[in-house]
Design a protein around this ligand. Structure first.
Ligand code: GAL
Length: 633
């Protein structure tokens, strides 16, 4: 498949007279895909039942006539104001029991049956009208599920649906009471109808209750998406996508991805830097105009897994955004680097958000490819350069990386429910591991916690899987790859109780977590030979041989027969030592990368990216700031 570019366009924001001219300029810029429609419900249906498709017909026609391909978004992330009059209780309710209000977007509760019906209706009409339109070459369901903290809702509708979900899962209330350990604090229920949502309790609710609510909330997103996917598929052969967001983890993206052909995500490297990446203030300063060198790549690899190989960047930051604490302009060249980085990780398409900067409303200060006066914004030149470069470049090559890293949404919820140390987040543990692998110059596949995903790797890293499905655990124990588990692996059963025999109970590895502690951030525990454990440390009992120990001689990493168990959260230096050890055992070639230089290999190409503000020479290549080197293999 040829690599392509695109943009996000809002014909409803602009006078119709300029659509043709816009389309001609998009073609001239080398763009292929134009995503439209995802927020346009009030323009399609200004009052209930009064449907105005004419403008959308013309917009699609104008874009198609120019030779562009349309990605048509379903408008369900922005129900119009009249919808609230019709369904006053459709808003999501926050943890304090307050309903969200109209006036921005994503103001709906996934569990509201009336709103779901409205979505069926609008998506059905859209699919019937445009399903066979040759200019509609892909679909996007909704927009950024879960963004603005919208997965979890404590509404009445959610409570009713949660009870049904529990009934289906546990069948009898006694089974649920036993599984959750509700005898503790006399929390036993007599019927499913007594179970409330786990907010507004006096002190913390039962972790089993909260975990079940996370799983339920995730399933509600999956169902909501599947309703749309089934309707679209009945009328159209064009592929279906959703645009996920960075570091949104409160629903299982793999499950949503199972119902779509393409995964896509919205990449805002500078927007994410301050409050999503989790980097230190020094790191944020050093990468203020470039973005974190690993955070985007991590999501590229994650969404490649969610899309089972087919993935896009649906929204690429083209200049300053409006929504981060500070919004600097990117270093010249970064828009090109971000685009190429996505292609290096296997993206089929990169679409810039947005075509023209909006003069009105919430995103006035968000750059586009054009300024509000329609002159080219600085990103335009870089997008055009990428368009010229991809025209000459080979097709997207799918390629299995030598190393896999498991990312599990269920583990993320479990760590959130019971972090044990303030600020201990599973996502950060996985990202720390990913960073260490990238510092060693490795290309990585992120994979789901599914046993069928494990084949063909030399090494598999699976940090922090607090609950391990028995099939996955057995598959990892039996894998030919060098497997690294821990900390906290298999530490809870599926209902959040500590199992016996005590964790991690790994076949062939004599190690038991006998005690554990969490550590203040200023109390790391140093290791013999360099590096330290931070935040979380387990005491390991058993005869398995240790290859990392504390200065007091306590084992931190033990291994036998290709399986390593790690009893702590390693800092960067210790993590590098671990990667070196595993690479030697697994016969992986590693290259220590200079600060901010990252490498990615496919079967046919090697890429080097310079995320720093200085020129760096690496392996004989001169890499200027924002430099990209592409080598045919
Ligand atoms: C995304 C969203 C877009 C736009 C963009 C601004 O999260 O999908 O609609 O708001 O952010 O950066």
């Amino acid at each position: 498949m040829k690599r392509t570019l695109g943009t996000c366009y809002y014909p409803e924001h602009w006078p119709e007279e300029i659509w043709e001219q816009d389309a001609a300029r998009m073609v001239e810029a080398g763009l292929t895909w134009i995503r439209i429609g995802e927020f346009s419900w009030s323009k399609i249906e200004p009052t209930p039942g009064d449907l105005r498709w004419d403008w959308l017909d013309r917009a699609i026609e104008v874009l198609g006539q120019a030779g562009l391909k349309v990605v048509l978004g379903t408008p369900t992330a922005t129900p119009p104001r009249w919808m609230i009059d019709k369904h006053p209780d459709m808003m999501a309710v926050d943890v304090d029991g307050k309903p969200r209000k109209f006036g921005s977007r994503r103001h709906y509760c996934f569990s509201h049956a009336g709103y779901l019906e409205e979505c069926r209706r609008i998506v059905g009409m859209m699919a019937e009208r445009y399903g066979q339109n040759p200019n509609v070459a892909a679909w996007q369901t909704d927009n950024e599920y879960g963004c603005h903290d919208t997965t979890i809702s404590y509404s009445d509708a959610a409570r009713v649906a949660f009870r049904d979900w529990l009934r289906a899962r546990y069948a009898s209330i006694d089974t649920l009471n036993t599984a959750w350990g509700n005898i503790f604090w006399s929390m036993e229920y007599n019927s499913f109808d007594q179970i409330d949502l786990p907010n507004l309790t006096v002190t913390e609710p039962n972790p089993a209750h909260v975990l079940a609510f996370h799983r339920f909330s995730s399933d509600q997103v999956v169902t909501f998406n599947k309703v749309q996917a089934d309707i679209l598929r009945a009328h159209s052969e064009a592929p279906l996508a959703h645009n996920y967001m960075g570091r949104i983890t409160d629903f299982d993206h793999y499950d949503v991805g199972d119902d779509l052909e393409i995964a896509s995500w919205d990449s805002y490297p500078l927007g994410f830097l301050e409050d999503r990446v989790g980097a230190s203030p020094e790191q944020q300063r050093a990468y203020a105009r470039q973005g974190d060198p690993d955070f985007q790549a991590f999501h590229h690899d994650l969404y490649r897994a969610v899309g089972k190989g087919r993935w896009w960047v649906m929204e690429q930051q083209p200049g300053p955004v409006n929504w981060a604490p500070y919004n600097p302009v990117p270093l010249p060249g970064m828009v090109r680097l971000w685009s190429w980085e996505a292609f290096a990780h296997g993206a089929e398409a990169v679409c810039y958000f947005r075509w023209r900067q909006a003069p009105m409303a919430q995103e006035q200060l968000h750059a586009g490819l054009l300024r509000p006066d329609s002159a080219d914004a600085p990103a335009m030149g870089e997008a055009q350069q990428v368009a010229r470069e991809i025209a000459e470049a080979p097709e997207v090559a799918h390629h299995q990386a030598p190393v896999a890293l498991i990312f599990d949404y269920n583990a993320e919820w479990m760590w959130t429910v019971q972090p044990h140390a303030a600020g201990a987040r599973y996502f950060d543990l996985v990202l720390d591991t990913y960073r260490a692998l990238r510092r060693a110059g490795l290309s990585i596949d992120i994979i789901p916690p599914r046993s069928e995903a494990l084949a063909g790797y030399k090494a598999i890293f699976a940090p922090g899987l607090m609950h391990m499905d028995p099939a996955l655990k057995q598959a990892l124990e039996a894998s030919d790859a060098d497997v690294v588990l821990g900390p906290r692996s298999a530490a809870r059963d599926q209902d959040f109780c500590i199992p016996t025999p005590l964790p991690p109970a790994i076949e062939g590895l004599d190690v038991t977590v006998s005690r554990l502690q969490s550590l203040r951030p200023d109390m790391p525990i140093a290791l013999n030979g360099g590096g330290a454990v931070k935040l979380y440390l387990e005491e390991l009992e058993g005869s398995a041989e240790a290859f990392l120990t504390t200065e007091a001689g306590e084992p931190v990493a033990v291994s036998a027969k290709g399986v390593t168990y790690l009893g702590g959260w390693l800092d960067a230096k210790a993590m590098d030592r671990l990667v070196l050890e595993v690479a030697q055992r697994a016969e992986l070639t590693i290259t220590q990368m200079p600060e901010g230089i990252r490498m990615r290999e496919t079967a046919t190409e090697q890429f080097l990216f310079n995320h720093t503000t200085e020129t760096v020479v690496h392996q004989g290549h001169d890499l200027p700031p924002a430099g990209v080197v592409r080598i045919a293999l």
